[in-house]
Design a protein around this ligand. Sequence first.
Ligand code: NAI
Ligand code: MG
Length: 356
Amino acid sequence: MKKFNIAVIPGDGIGPEVIDEGIKVLNKAAEMDTSFQFSFTYFPWGCEFYLKNGKMMDPDAIQQLQEFDAIYLGAIGFPGVPDHISLRDLLLNIRKNFDQYVNLRPVKLLKGAPSPLISIANENIDMLFIRENSEGEYAGEGNWLYKGKSHEVVLQNSVFSRKGTERIIRMAFETAKKEGRSLTSISKANALNYSMVFWDEIFEEVKSEYPEVETSSLLVDAAAMLMVKDPKRFEVVVTSNLFGDILTDLGAAIAGGIGLAAGANINPERKYPSMFEPVHGSAPDIAGKDISNPLASIWSASQMLDFFGYKKYAQAAIDAIETLLLEGQILTPDMNGTSSTSEVGDRIVSIMERMI
Ligand code: NAI
Ligand code: MG
């Protein structure tokens, strides 16, 4: 029997509520298949921990997490702790130390999911965003000169290394090839005359090794427009850290909303643990009311099952979300329902049981 050790960081606000429901799904998959099981170890890190201890995580957090097969994270951030501290010291710290340089975000309109695009067919929104997750515009490099003076100057540098750019683009080509889908690169070389010219050049270089993959290159502003006007042209998409951040929120908006958006932070070499999390934050406005939507967290649990090679259960979880949406009976208030977080999770698990 294979055993996967998962580090769970429920985090702040609605994090713990939505994580509980994802864990139900992981346990259900393991219960239906006797060849594997999960063991969960909880870590109390986050903003409450910070207010007590002056830091977001234990000093040796990275060493502790290193031992695990994956990390399952709820959300981090709460009023009282500045967002740049909570985000940098916990989330970005983990992503960086574990070289999770791929951020995988599916943008797929499930049947029954709401979309603001009028009468769009479900199959026309089915993208996989592969966002660079380790450098680029979010490298944290820069300077603040003459701070507070009338002539102050702020510099925020982007970092695009050959290694970093090439590996994300190569990973996207591999994915497109494996899935038999087209690959779109999104950049902005007309305005960003160093970084994005470099990005485009590397895209062309790597492309020559994958003649079987159909490709296109778009400027980010045009891509934003086309995601709304003609979303079916996007299949596998590769882009930089900042552009990926913004476009995947647009993606979430056209494909069911923030309550359905999942993201995985992957170290493809599997040298370090990868991290699975819903895209949304800690939603302090609804925390503790048991009305948060757990579907994004369940989708990220499905990404974890897929990462471990259990495609059948990963798909079962997605199919269960689809069935639940089509039934339209047990939904949280953000989807115009009246059910609680745990009622949604329980329903998903019972649909999965019926399905397999
Ligand atoms: P948010 O995603 O927490 O909330 C935005 C809006 O969406 C709120 O009205 C919220 O109620 C709603 N919402 C979000 N998730 C929902 C769910 N599962 N079910 C129902 N409604 C949901 O973003 P916001 O308000 O900008 O940030 C709140 C805190 O979360 C901040 O401290 C921020 O830094 C942090 N944050 C953390 C992230 C992470 O841990 N990965 C990502 C984004 C924000
Ligand atoms: Mg974001």
